[in-house]
Write a protein that binds this ligand. Structure first.
Ligand code: MLT
Length: 360
């Protein structure tokens, strides 16, 4: 059921038992009202990764994002829920989708937004991350959305920042809002809004991909049969992860692209992340495209209605053929659009936890 987000009387008081495998009915936030007035099934003050979110908490994010999507469908897609909240967006790496999407999400919730591009800030004069974060807080930020090329940087920021930190991507490590918007997109496309038993293939440069790492947690938590596929040089470490597997999670790692694609319900192509790649991992992009690129021919091995995803930015003709990117089965544009609703939900939930003194 889609929660109604702006009518206080629609709020329910469900709570989610920790680590529950059964999706709980999420508490319904009424987002015209500030989040501290709601009984939200959410305890996290920061969003650093998705590895510690229970299935119930994932459902809470999804339900809140459903509500935000309804807000976005209104003639004026704006609610006053977070009026008076200052959001600073601090990006040390290039971004279009994630940065603009967080900014749109914050503005739709009536936050005041400040953007800082590290290249044009005091960071370029040698200021440390800790000093920058303290400065941003002294200037009045309540929530900090940050992207950093070093894995773990948002964890450090969360130790010194008094408000909420949202990780907009750190190194190779995590990209939690991307994984959540991917989950939201799949949930709205798959029959019964369920990933249970669905064969989902992540194809490409998993080694350098924070998107793959965060998606592994969310997709397996929701019961998907997850396959990671690419050249063996770009799968290092993933076999061990799959072998250790958390109880009940299905996770296969292979370089056999035909086996991965056969009867797939979903395929998510990943960009070859040249900027994070040391030499010698791939013979050439041309050979990579020929052996692992997502083409119409490869897609024929999958189920006829296989959903095609890509987190962007795409290198068409390398990891995905141009005609596949715009195929009717592609939800790549929907992923971008859904990112705004999901990030609104995250800001809303974290603002609620921050005001209630959330712990994690
Ligand atoms: C990321 O920031 O990791 C992107 O969304 C995916 C990519 O860079 O390929």
């Amino acid at each position: 059921m889609t929660p109604e987000v702006d009518r206080p009387e629609a709020a329910s008081s469900g709570s989610t038992p920790a680590a529950s495998r059964t999706p709980a009915t999420p508490a319904v936030p009424a987002v015209d009202a500030p989040p501290e007035t709601q009984d939200l099934a959410w305890r996290h003050r920061h969003l650093l990764d998705v590895d510690d979110l229970t299935r119930g908490e994932l459902e809470t994010v999804m339900g809140t994002a459903d509500a935000m999507r309804e807000v976005l469908a209104r003639p004026i897609a704006k609610v006053p829920a977070l009026r008076g909240t200052n959001v600073t967006i601090l990006f040390y790496e290039a971004s279009t989708r994630t940065r603009v999407s967080f900014e749109a999400a914050a503005k739709n919730l009536s936050c005041d937004v400040t953007n800082i591009a590290a290249a044009s800030s005091s960071v370029s004069k040698g200021e440390s991350l800790v000093d920058t974060v303290r400065t941003v807080e002294a200037l009045g930020a309540h929530m900090l959305v940050m992207r950093h090329n070093v894995s773990g940087a948002p964890y450090l920021a969360s130790e010194v920042f008094g408000g909420a930190v949202l990780n907009g991507g750190d190194g190779w490590h995590a990209h939690p809002s991307q994984a959540l918007l991917d989950l939201f997109t799949l949930r709205s496309r798959l029959p019964g809004r369920s990933l249970e038993g669905r064969k989902i293939v992540i194809l490409g440069d998993a080694l350098h991909s924070r998107v793959a790492r965060s998606n592994i947690w969310t997709l397996t938590a929701m019961g998907a049969d997850l396959w990671i596929c690419g050249p063996s040089t770009l799968l290092r470490g993933f076999e061990g992860w799959a072998a250790r597997g958390a109880a009940g999670r299905r996770f296969t790692v292979t370089s056999d692209v035909d086996a991965a694609m056969r009867d797939a319900d979903v395929v998510m192509a990943l960009r070859i992340q040249k900027e994070r790649m040391a030499g010698g991992l791939l013979p050439s992009l041309r050979e990579y495209a020929a052996r692992y690129g997502l083409t119409k021919e490869r897609l024929r091995l999958a189920k006829p209605d296989c959903i095609v995803m890509h987190p962007g930015p795409m290198n068409e003709g390398v990891e995905i053929a141009a005609d596949v990117a715009v195929d009717p089965r592609s939800v790549i544009t929907a992923q971008v659009t859904n990112g705004v609703a999901v990030r609104m939900a995250l800001l809303y939930l974290l603002a609620g936890a921050r005001r209630a003194g959330g712990n994690a």
